[in-house]
Design a binder for this molecule. Structure first.
Ligand SMILES: Cc1cc2nc3c(=O)[nH]c(=O)nc-3n(C[C@H](O)[C@H](O)[C@H](O)COP(=O)(O)OP(=O)(O)OC[C@H]3O[C@@H](n4cnc5c(N)ncnc54)[C@H](O)[C@@H]3O)c2cc1C
Length: 482
Protein backbone atom coordinates (compact mmCIF):
# COMPACT_ATOMS: atom_id res chain seq x y z
CA UNK A 1 0.00 0.00 0.00
CA UNK A 2 1.37 3.45 -0.88
CA UNK A 3 1.88 5.74 2.08
CA UNK A 4 1.85 8.83 -0.18
CA UNK A 5 -1.74 9.89 0.71
CA UNK A 6 -1.00 9.48 4.43
CA UNK A 7 2.29 11.39 4.02
CA UNK A 8 0.34 14.29 2.46
CA UNK A 9 -2.18 14.22 5.30
CA UNK A 10 0.53 14.19 7.97
CA UNK A 11 2.39 17.01 6.19
CA UNK A 12 -0.83 19.06 6.37
CA UNK A 13 -0.85 18.47 10.15
CA UNK A 14 2.84 18.84 11.00
CA UNK A 15 4.33 20.77 8.07
CA UNK A 16 6.12 19.49 4.96
CA UNK A 17 9.58 19.47 6.50
CA UNK A 18 8.41 17.34 9.41
CA UNK A 19 7.41 14.28 7.40
CA UNK A 20 10.33 12.17 6.18
CA UNK A 21 9.99 9.66 3.37
CA UNK A 22 13.40 9.72 1.71
CA UNK A 23 15.58 6.62 2.23
CA UNK A 24 18.58 8.53 3.62
CA UNK A 25 16.41 10.38 6.12
CA UNK A 26 14.64 7.19 7.20
CA UNK A 27 17.90 5.36 7.93
CA UNK A 28 18.34 7.32 11.20
CA UNK A 29 15.17 5.69 12.51
CA UNK A 30 15.69 2.09 11.41
CA UNK A 31 16.90 0.84 14.81
CA UNK A 32 17.15 1.77 18.46
CA UNK A 33 20.41 1.26 20.39
CA UNK A 34 20.18 -2.50 19.80
CA UNK A 35 21.81 -1.96 16.45
CA UNK A 36 21.65 -5.44 14.98
CA UNK A 37 17.83 -5.29 14.66
CA UNK A 38 16.96 -2.96 11.77
CA UNK A 39 13.79 -2.22 9.80
CA UNK A 40 13.42 0.76 7.47
CA UNK A 41 10.17 2.64 8.23
CA UNK A 42 7.94 3.85 5.40
CA UNK A 43 7.48 7.25 6.91
CA UNK A 44 8.70 9.25 9.90
CA UNK A 45 6.74 12.16 11.36
CA UNK A 46 8.05 14.72 13.85
CA UNK A 47 5.13 16.51 15.52
CA UNK A 48 5.74 19.66 17.58
CA UNK A 49 2.70 19.57 19.87
CA UNK A 50 0.44 17.12 21.71
CA UNK A 51 -2.43 18.16 19.45
CA UNK A 52 -0.37 17.28 16.37
CA UNK A 53 0.41 13.87 17.92
CA UNK A 54 -3.31 13.27 18.44
CA UNK A 55 -4.12 14.19 14.84
CA UNK A 56 -1.26 12.02 13.51
CA UNK A 57 -2.48 9.00 15.48
CA UNK A 58 -6.07 9.61 14.33
CA UNK A 59 -4.91 9.78 10.70
CA UNK A 60 -2.96 6.52 11.04
CA UNK A 61 -6.05 4.93 12.59
CA UNK A 62 -8.27 6.08 9.74
CA UNK A 63 -5.72 4.95 7.14
CA UNK A 64 -5.35 1.56 8.88
CA UNK A 65 -1.57 2.05 9.20
CA UNK A 66 0.38 0.75 12.23
CA UNK A 67 2.85 3.02 14.01
CA UNK A 68 5.46 3.14 16.72
CA UNK A 69 6.23 6.01 19.12
CA UNK A 70 9.89 6.91 19.46
CA UNK A 71 11.69 9.05 22.03
CA UNK A 72 15.49 9.28 21.67
CA UNK A 73 15.90 5.74 20.30
CA UNK A 74 18.26 4.65 23.10
CA UNK A 75 16.16 1.57 23.92
CA UNK A 76 18.05 -1.70 24.14
CA UNK A 77 15.33 -4.22 23.30
CA UNK A 78 14.24 -3.14 19.81
CA UNK A 79 11.14 -1.49 21.31
CA UNK A 80 11.16 1.53 19.00
CA UNK A 81 12.02 -0.59 15.95
CA UNK A 82 9.73 0.48 13.13
CA UNK A 83 6.77 -1.64 12.20
CA UNK A 84 7.00 -2.93 8.63
CA UNK A 85 4.97 -0.67 6.35
CA UNK A 86 4.32 1.66 9.25
CA UNK A 87 4.94 5.12 10.64
CA UNK A 88 7.43 6.25 13.28
CA UNK A 89 6.06 9.06 15.47
CA UNK A 90 9.05 10.88 16.97
CA UNK A 91 8.31 12.65 20.27
CA UNK A 92 11.68 14.31 20.83
CA UNK A 93 10.43 17.78 19.80
CA UNK A 94 7.88 17.83 22.61
CA UNK A 95 10.46 18.90 25.16
CA UNK A 96 8.88 21.61 27.32
CA UNK A 97 8.89 21.53 31.09
CA UNK A 98 5.26 22.57 31.58
CA UNK A 99 5.18 23.12 35.34
CA UNK A 100 7.52 22.92 38.31
CA UNK A 101 5.55 22.58 41.55
CA UNK A 102 8.11 22.25 44.34
CA UNK A 103 5.65 22.64 47.25
CA UNK A 104 3.75 19.59 45.99
CA UNK A 105 6.92 17.83 44.76
CA UNK A 106 5.59 17.48 41.24
CA UNK A 107 6.86 18.40 37.80
CA UNK A 108 4.82 18.23 34.61
CA UNK A 109 6.69 17.62 31.36
CA UNK A 110 6.22 16.82 27.71
CA UNK A 111 7.41 13.32 26.77
CA UNK A 112 10.50 14.40 24.81
CA UNK A 113 12.16 16.05 27.84
CA UNK A 114 15.34 14.17 28.71
CA UNK A 115 15.63 12.35 32.03
CA UNK A 116 18.48 14.57 33.25
CA UNK A 117 16.62 17.77 32.32
CA UNK A 118 13.92 16.87 34.85
CA UNK A 119 16.47 16.82 37.67
CA UNK A 120 18.06 20.00 36.30
CA UNK A 121 14.67 21.74 36.31
CA UNK A 122 14.08 21.05 40.01
CA UNK A 123 17.69 21.49 41.26
CA UNK A 124 19.20 22.31 43.67
CA UNK A 125 16.52 21.35 46.20
CA UNK A 126 15.00 18.29 44.47
CA UNK A 127 15.83 15.54 41.99
CA UNK A 128 14.18 12.84 39.90
CA UNK A 129 15.62 9.53 41.17
CA UNK A 130 15.28 7.03 38.26
CA UNK A 131 18.63 7.57 36.51
CA UNK A 132 19.34 5.38 33.47
CA UNK A 133 22.99 5.62 32.39
CA UNK A 134 21.61 7.13 29.16
CA UNK A 135 19.99 9.95 31.16
CA UNK A 136 21.56 12.82 29.23
CA UNK A 137 19.75 11.66 26.08
CA UNK A 138 16.83 9.33 26.81
CA UNK A 139 13.36 10.83 27.11
CA UNK A 140 10.74 10.68 29.85
CA UNK A 141 8.31 9.13 27.33
CA UNK A 142 10.78 6.28 26.75
CA UNK A 143 11.44 5.98 30.52
CA UNK A 144 7.71 5.68 31.23
CA UNK A 145 7.13 3.19 28.39
CA UNK A 146 10.05 1.00 29.54
CA UNK A 147 9.60 1.58 33.30
CA UNK A 148 13.28 2.44 33.24
CA UNK A 149 15.63 2.06 36.16
CA UNK A 150 19.17 3.07 37.03
CA UNK A 151 21.82 2.95 39.71
CA UNK A 152 19.66 4.69 42.33
CA UNK A 153 16.59 2.47 41.97
CA UNK A 154 17.63 0.01 44.70
CA UNK A 155 16.76 2.62 47.32
CA UNK A 156 14.42 4.93 45.43
CA UNK A 157 12.41 2.63 43.14
CA UNK A 158 11.80 2.61 39.37
CA UNK A 159 10.02 5.04 37.05
CA UNK A 160 6.66 3.52 37.97
CA UNK A 161 7.11 4.85 41.51
CA UNK A 162 7.41 8.42 40.18
CA UNK A 163 4.67 8.75 37.55
CA UNK A 164 1.43 10.04 39.08
CA UNK A 165 -0.42 11.06 35.93
CA UNK A 166 -0.31 11.40 32.16
CA UNK A 167 -2.26 12.37 29.06
CA UNK A 168 -2.56 9.46 26.68
CA UNK A 169 -3.46 9.45 23.00
CA UNK A 170 -5.24 6.14 22.47
CA UNK A 171 -4.61 4.24 19.22
CA UNK A 172 -7.87 5.57 17.73
CA UNK A 173 -6.83 9.18 18.39
CA UNK A 174 -8.99 9.75 21.48
CA UNK A 175 -7.25 11.44 24.41
CA UNK A 176 -7.63 10.32 28.04
CA UNK A 177 -6.05 11.52 31.26
CA UNK A 178 -4.79 8.85 33.63
CA UNK A 179 -4.02 9.79 37.24
CA UNK A 180 -3.04 13.34 38.10
CA UNK A 181 -0.96 15.18 40.65
CA UNK A 182 -2.47 13.15 43.47
CA UNK A 183 -0.86 9.83 44.37
CA UNK A 184 -4.07 7.93 44.89
CA UNK A 185 -7.08 8.17 42.60
CA UNK A 186 -10.20 6.04 42.61
CA UNK A 187 -10.96 3.69 39.73
CA UNK A 188 -8.91 1.05 37.93
CA UNK A 189 -5.18 1.72 37.90
CA UNK A 190 -4.83 2.31 34.16
CA UNK A 191 -1.77 4.43 34.82
CA UNK A 192 -0.10 1.39 36.38
CA UNK A 193 -0.99 -0.60 33.26
CA UNK A 194 0.47 2.04 30.96
CA UNK A 195 3.86 2.40 32.70
CA UNK A 196 6.07 -0.31 31.21
CA UNK A 197 3.69 -1.08 28.32
CA UNK A 198 6.43 -0.34 25.77
CA UNK A 199 4.43 1.80 23.39
CA UNK A 200 1.71 -0.83 22.86
CA UNK A 201 -1.18 1.06 24.51
CA UNK A 202 -0.87 4.56 23.03
CA UNK A 203 1.32 7.67 23.18
CA UNK A 204 1.98 9.65 26.36
CA UNK A 205 1.95 13.38 25.52
CA UNK A 206 2.13 14.94 29.02
CA UNK A 207 3.58 13.30 32.12
CA UNK A 208 3.24 14.26 35.80
CA UNK A 209 6.27 13.15 37.81
CA UNK A 210 6.97 12.99 41.52
CA UNK A 211 10.30 14.40 42.62
CA UNK A 212 12.09 14.08 45.96
CA UNK A 213 14.29 16.38 48.07
CA UNK A 214 18.04 16.14 47.55
CA UNK A 215 19.50 14.28 50.57
CA UNK A 216 21.47 16.39 53.06
CA UNK A 217 24.66 14.41 52.50
CA UNK A 218 26.06 11.86 50.04
CA UNK A 219 29.14 9.64 50.35
CA UNK A 220 30.42 7.56 47.45
CA UNK A 221 33.06 4.87 47.70
CA UNK A 222 34.59 2.27 45.43
CA UNK A 223 36.12 -0.94 46.79
CA UNK A 224 38.27 -3.37 44.79
CA UNK A 225 38.24 -7.16 45.11
CA UNK A 226 40.41 -9.94 43.69
CA UNK A 227 37.42 -12.32 43.65
CA UNK A 228 33.95 -11.52 42.31
CA UNK A 229 32.45 -13.75 45.04
CA UNK A 230 33.88 -11.44 47.72
CA UNK A 231 32.27 -8.39 46.08
CA UNK A 232 28.94 -10.26 45.88
CA UNK A 233 29.25 -11.35 49.52
CA UNK A 234 29.85 -7.74 50.56
CA UNK A 235 26.59 -6.71 48.86
CA UNK A 236 24.70 -9.41 50.77
CA UNK A 237 26.36 -8.36 54.04
CA UNK A 238 25.49 -4.68 53.50
CA UNK A 239 21.82 -5.53 52.89
CA UNK A 240 21.77 -7.99 55.82
CA UNK A 241 22.99 -5.20 58.15
CA UNK A 242 19.86 -3.24 57.22
CA UNK A 243 21.82 -0.61 55.28
CA UNK A 244 19.98 0.67 52.20
CA UNK A 245 22.53 2.46 50.01
CA UNK A 246 21.39 5.01 47.46
CA UNK A 247 23.22 2.89 44.89
CA UNK A 248 25.20 -0.35 44.94
CA UNK A 249 26.87 -1.41 41.69
CA UNK A 250 29.46 -3.95 40.55
CA UNK A 251 31.76 -3.88 37.53
CA UNK A 252 33.84 -6.91 36.59
CA UNK A 253 37.40 -6.94 35.26
CA UNK A 254 36.52 -6.69 31.59
CA UNK A 255 34.04 -3.83 32.02
CA UNK A 256 36.53 -2.05 34.31
CA UNK A 257 39.22 -2.34 31.63
CA UNK A 258 36.89 -0.95 28.97
CA UNK A 259 35.68 1.90 31.20
CA UNK A 260 39.24 2.73 32.25
CA UNK A 261 40.30 3.11 28.61
CA UNK A 262 37.36 5.45 28.04
CA UNK A 263 37.50 7.54 31.22
CA UNK A 264 40.96 7.16 32.88
CA UNK A 265 39.15 7.16 36.23
CA UNK A 266 42.08 5.47 37.99
CA UNK A 267 40.43 2.10 38.63
CA UNK A 268 42.94 -0.78 38.91
CA UNK A 269 42.81 -4.03 36.92
CA UNK A 270 40.96 -6.19 39.49
CA UNK A 271 38.28 -8.92 39.42
CA UNK A 272 35.55 -6.61 40.69
CA UNK A 273 34.89 -3.04 41.72
CA UNK A 274 32.01 -2.36 44.08
CA UNK A 275 30.57 1.18 43.98
CA UNK A 276 28.45 2.11 47.01
CA UNK A 277 26.70 5.43 47.49
CA UNK A 278 25.14 6.32 50.85
CA UNK A 279 22.86 9.30 51.28
CA UNK A 280 20.77 10.87 54.04
CA UNK A 281 21.42 13.02 57.10
CA UNK A 282 25.15 13.72 57.56
CA UNK A 283 25.62 11.72 60.79
CA UNK A 284 23.79 8.70 59.42
CA UNK A 285 25.81 8.88 56.21
CA UNK A 286 29.07 8.95 58.11
CA UNK A 287 28.14 6.02 60.35
CA UNK A 288 26.93 3.93 57.41
CA UNK A 289 29.97 4.71 55.32
CA UNK A 290 32.15 3.46 58.19
CA UNK A 291 30.02 0.28 58.43
CA UNK A 292 30.30 -0.37 54.67
CA UNK A 293 34.07 0.21 54.72
CA UNK A 294 34.35 -2.32 57.57
CA UNK A 295 32.32 -4.89 55.60
CA UNK A 296 34.48 -4.37 52.49
CA UNK A 297 37.61 -4.90 54.58
CA UNK A 298 36.15 -7.97 56.29
CA UNK A 299 35.53 -9.48 52.84
CA UNK A 300 39.15 -8.88 51.82
CA UNK A 301 38.92 -5.72 49.69
CA UNK A 302 42.35 -5.14 48.15
CA UNK A 303 41.80 -1.38 47.97
CA UNK A 304 39.18 1.22 48.77
CA UNK A 305 38.59 4.86 47.90
CA UNK A 306 36.01 7.16 49.51
CA UNK A 307 35.39 10.18 47.25
CA UNK A 308 36.73 13.29 48.96
CA UNK A 309 34.82 15.79 46.88
CA UNK A 310 32.22 16.14 44.14
CA UNK A 311 34.88 15.85 41.40
CA UNK A 312 36.05 12.47 42.69
CA UNK A 313 32.49 11.27 43.08
CA UNK A 314 31.70 12.33 39.50
CA UNK A 315 34.75 10.41 38.28
CA UNK A 316 33.60 7.20 40.00
CA UNK A 317 30.20 7.55 38.34
CA UNK A 318 31.65 8.50 34.97
CA UNK A 319 33.49 5.16 34.85
CA UNK A 320 30.37 3.25 35.86
CA UNK A 321 28.07 5.07 33.45
CA UNK A 322 30.50 4.71 30.56
CA UNK A 323 30.62 0.93 30.92
CA UNK A 324 28.26 0.03 28.03
CA UNK A 325 29.59 2.47 25.47
CA UNK A 326 33.18 1.78 26.53
CA UNK A 327 32.85 -1.83 25.34
CA UNK A 328 33.44 -0.40 21.87
CA UNK A 329 37.07 0.18 22.99
CA UNK A 330 37.76 -3.51 23.46
CA UNK A 331 35.44 -5.16 20.96
CA UNK A 332 34.16 -4.22 17.49
CA UNK A 333 30.62 -5.27 18.45
CA UNK A 334 28.80 -6.13 21.64
CA UNK A 335 25.37 -7.29 22.68
CA UNK A 336 23.89 -5.74 25.85
CA UNK A 337 21.88 -8.18 27.93
CA UNK A 338 19.57 -7.29 30.82
CA UNK A 339 18.27 -9.95 33.21
CA UNK A 340 17.54 -10.28 36.90
CA UNK A 341 18.57 -12.92 39.42
CA UNK A 342 17.96 -13.30 43.14
CA UNK A 343 20.90 -11.47 44.74
CA UNK A 344 21.82 -14.52 46.78
CA UNK A 345 22.55 -16.55 43.62
CA UNK A 346 24.98 -14.04 42.14
CA UNK A 347 28.17 -16.13 42.39
CA UNK A 348 26.46 -19.24 40.99
CA UNK A 349 24.93 -17.42 37.99
CA UNK A 350 28.14 -15.53 37.21
CA UNK A 351 29.93 -18.91 37.24
CA UNK A 352 27.36 -20.25 34.74
CA UNK A 353 27.84 -17.18 32.52
CA UNK A 354 31.62 -17.84 32.54
CA UNK A 355 31.01 -21.45 31.47
CA UNK A 356 28.73 -20.33 28.63
CA UNK A 357 31.23 -17.65 27.55
CA UNK A 358 33.95 -20.32 27.30
CA UNK A 359 31.63 -22.68 25.39
CA UNK A 360 30.91 -20.00 22.77
CA UNK A 361 34.39 -18.50 22.77
CA UNK A 362 33.16 -14.91 23.34
CA UNK A 363 34.32 -12.71 26.23
CA UNK A 364 31.40 -11.58 28.40
CA UNK A 365 31.83 -8.45 30.54
CA UNK A 366 29.51 -7.80 33.44
CA UNK A 367 28.28 -4.60 34.98
CA UNK A 368 25.26 -4.66 37.22
CA UNK A 369 22.91 -3.05 39.66
CA UNK A 370 23.99 -5.43 42.43
CA UNK A 371 21.34 -4.41 44.96
CA UNK A 372 18.52 -5.34 42.60
CA UNK A 373 20.30 -8.42 41.19
CA UNK A 374 19.96 -6.75 37.76
CA UNK A 375 22.76 -8.12 35.54
CA UNK A 376 23.97 -6.54 32.31
CA UNK A 377 26.17 -9.16 30.64
CA UNK A 378 27.88 -7.59 27.60
CA UNK A 379 28.72 -10.20 24.97
CA UNK A 380 31.77 -9.09 22.93
CA UNK A 381 31.97 -10.30 19.32
CA UNK A 382 32.91 -9.19 15.83
CA UNK A 383 29.95 -8.63 13.52
CA UNK A 384 32.33 -8.54 10.53
CA UNK A 385 33.03 -12.26 10.99
CA UNK A 386 30.30 -14.39 9.40
CA UNK A 387 28.10 -16.16 11.94
CA UNK A 388 29.42 -14.34 15.01
CA UNK A 389 26.37 -12.08 15.43
CA UNK A 390 24.02 -15.07 15.44
CA UNK A 391 26.18 -16.99 17.92
CA UNK A 392 26.50 -13.94 20.18
CA UNK A 393 22.73 -13.59 20.16
CA UNK A 394 22.34 -17.28 20.94
CA UNK A 395 24.78 -17.01 23.85
CA UNK A 396 22.89 -13.99 25.07
CA UNK A 397 19.65 -15.98 24.97
CA UNK A 398 21.16 -18.82 26.98
CA UNK A 399 22.31 -16.31 29.60
CA UNK A 400 18.74 -14.97 29.86
CA UNK A 401 17.38 -18.49 30.34
CA UNK A 402 20.06 -19.30 32.95
CA UNK A 403 18.83 -16.25 34.91
CA UNK A 404 15.21 -17.42 34.65
CA UNK A 405 16.27 -20.92 35.80
CA UNK A 406 17.86 -19.30 38.85
CA UNK A 407 14.49 -17.76 39.75
CA UNK A 408 15.05 -14.45 37.97
CA UNK A 409 13.53 -12.44 35.13
CA UNK A 410 14.17 -11.96 31.41
CA UNK A 411 14.50 -8.20 31.87
CA UNK A 412 15.25 -5.82 34.71
CA UNK A 413 14.82 -2.45 33.03
CA UNK A 414 15.41 -2.52 29.26
CA UNK A 415 12.03 -4.04 28.42
CA UNK A 416 10.93 -6.93 26.22
CA UNK A 417 10.52 -5.16 22.87
CA UNK A 418 11.23 -7.38 19.90
CA UNK A 419 14.43 -8.83 21.31
CA UNK A 420 13.05 -10.60 24.37
CA UNK A 421 9.52 -11.56 23.40
CA UNK A 422 10.65 -15.05 22.49
CA UNK A 423 11.47 -15.64 26.19
CA UNK A 424 8.13 -14.50 27.58
CA UNK A 425 6.92 -18.11 27.57
CA UNK A 426 9.80 -19.02 29.89
CA UNK A 427 8.31 -16.76 32.58
CA UNK A 428 4.57 -16.66 31.93
CA UNK A 429 1.87 -19.28 31.40
CA UNK A 430 -0.55 -19.17 28.45
CA UNK A 431 -3.21 -17.85 30.85
CA UNK A 432 -0.88 -15.05 32.01
CA UNK A 433 -0.10 -14.07 28.42
CA UNK A 434 -3.79 -14.12 27.50
CA UNK A 435 -4.56 -11.75 30.39
CA UNK A 436 -1.88 -9.35 29.08
CA UNK A 437 -3.39 -9.61 25.63
CA UNK A 438 -6.93 -8.87 26.84
CA UNK A 439 -5.69 -5.68 28.47
CA UNK A 440 -3.80 -4.69 25.31
CA UNK A 441 -6.92 -5.31 23.23
CA UNK A 442 -8.99 -3.09 25.51
CA UNK A 443 -6.71 -0.16 24.60
CA UNK A 444 -5.90 -1.15 21.04
CA UNK A 445 -8.36 -3.64 19.51
CA UNK A 446 -6.90 -3.22 16.02
CA UNK A 447 -3.30 -3.57 17.23
CA UNK A 448 -1.91 -0.53 15.51
CA UNK A 449 0.29 0.68 18.39
CA UNK A 450 3.70 -0.96 18.10
CA UNK A 451 2.38 -4.35 16.93
CA UNK A 452 4.65 -7.37 17.05
CA UNK A 453 6.43 -6.32 20.25
CA UNK A 454 6.33 -7.78 23.77
CA UNK A 455 3.78 -10.56 23.14
CA UNK A 456 5.50 -13.76 22.00
CA UNK A 457 3.02 -15.01 19.39
CA UNK A 458 0.66 -13.35 16.94
CA UNK A 459 -2.63 -12.91 18.77
CA UNK A 460 -5.86 -11.35 17.59
CA UNK A 461 -8.27 -9.38 19.74
CA UNK A 462 -11.43 -11.46 20.26
CA UNK A 463 -13.29 -11.90 16.99
CA UNK A 464 -11.71 -8.84 15.40
CA UNK A 465 -9.45 -9.97 12.56
CA UNK A 466 -6.66 -7.66 13.71
CA UNK A 467 -4.13 -6.44 11.16
CA UNK A 468 -1.28 -8.19 12.99
CA UNK A 469 1.51 -8.84 10.55
CA UNK A 470 4.55 -10.84 11.44
CA UNK A 471 7.60 -8.72 11.99
CA UNK A 472 10.10 -9.51 9.17
CA UNK A 473 12.66 -10.71 11.72
CA UNK A 474 10.04 -12.92 13.28
CA UNK A 475 9.07 -14.25 9.87
CA UNK A 476 12.74 -15.04 9.26
CA UNK A 477 12.56 -17.47 12.18
CA UNK A 478 14.47 -15.37 14.68
CA UNK A 479 11.65 -15.59 17.17
CA UNK A 480 11.73 -19.39 17.08
CA UNK A 481 15.46 -19.84 17.53
CA UNK A 482 15.40 -20.76 21.19
C1 LIG B 1 24.37 3.60 26.89
C2 LIG B 1 22.99 3.21 27.38
C3 LIG B 1 22.78 3.06 28.73
C4 LIG B 1 21.50 2.71 29.20
N1 LIG B 1 21.31 2.58 30.56
C5 LIG B 1 20.09 2.27 31.02
C6 LIG B 1 19.87 2.15 32.42
O1 LIG B 1 20.77 2.33 33.25
N2 LIG B 1 18.62 1.83 32.83
C7 LIG B 1 17.59 1.63 31.95
O2 LIG B 1 16.48 1.34 32.39
N3 LIG B 1 17.77 1.74 30.63
C8 LIG B 1 18.99 2.06 30.13
N4 LIG B 1 19.18 2.18 28.78
C9 LIG B 1 18.06 1.90 27.86
C10 LIG B 1 17.25 3.16 27.41
O3 LIG B 1 18.02 4.33 27.52
C11 LIG B 1 15.94 3.28 28.19
O4 LIG B 1 15.09 2.18 27.89
C12 LIG B 1 15.18 4.58 27.90
O5 LIG B 1 14.06 4.72 28.76
C13 LIG B 1 14.67 4.69 26.47
O6 LIG B 1 14.25 6.03 26.24
P1 LIG B 1 14.16 6.61 24.76
O7 LIG B 1 13.64 7.98 24.83
O8 LIG B 1 15.45 6.44 24.06
O9 LIG B 1 13.06 5.62 24.16
P2 LIG B 1 13.03 4.86 22.75
O10 LIG B 1 14.18 3.92 22.63
O11 LIG B 1 12.84 5.84 21.66
O12 LIG B 1 11.68 4.01 22.92
C14 LIG B 1 11.61 3.00 23.90
C15 LIG B 1 10.16 2.48 23.97
O13 LIG B 1 9.33 3.51 24.48
C16 LIG B 1 8.22 3.74 23.61
N5 LIG B 1 7.94 5.18 23.71
C17 LIG B 1 8.81 6.22 23.58
N6 LIG B 1 8.19 7.37 23.81
C18 LIG B 1 6.89 7.08 24.08
C19 LIG B 1 5.75 7.85 24.42
N7 LIG B 1 5.78 9.18 24.52
N8 LIG B 1 4.56 7.19 24.63
C20 LIG B 1 4.48 5.84 24.53
N9 LIG B 1 5.54 5.06 24.22
C21 LIG B 1 6.72 5.67 24.02
C22 LIG B 1 8.72 3.29 22.23
O14 LIG B 1 7.63 2.91 21.40
C23 LIG B 1 9.58 2.09 22.61
O15 LIG B 1 8.77 0.95 22.78
C24 LIG B 1 20.45 2.50 28.28
C25 LIG B 1 20.67 2.67 26.91
C26 LIG B 1 21.93 3.02 26.47
C27 LIG B 1 22.13 3.17 24.99
Amino acid sequence: MSVAPLARELAAICGDGNVLTHGDQLRTYESDALLHLRVRPELVVLPDTAEEVRRVVRSCHEAGVPWVARGAGTGLSGGALPVEGGVVIVLSRLRSILEVDLPNARVVVEPGVTNLDVSRAVAPTHFFPPDPSSQTVCTIGGNVAENSGGAHCFKYGFTTNYVTGLDLVLPDGDVVTLGGKEVDRPGLDLLGAFVGSEGTLGVATRVVLRIVPVPADTRTLVAYFDEMEAAGQTVSDIVAEGIVPGAIEIMDRLSLRAAEQATAAGNPDVAAALVVELDGPAEECEARTAAVVALCERNGASGLRVARDEAERALIWRARRAAFAAMGRISPSYYVQDSVIPRTRLAEVLGRIDELAREYGFPVANVFHAGDGNLHPLVAYDAREPGQAERAEELSGRIVLACVDAGGSITGEHGVGLDKKRYMGAMFSEADLSAFQKLRCAFDPLQRANPGKVMPTPRLCGEVPGPYRQHPLEAAGLAERF
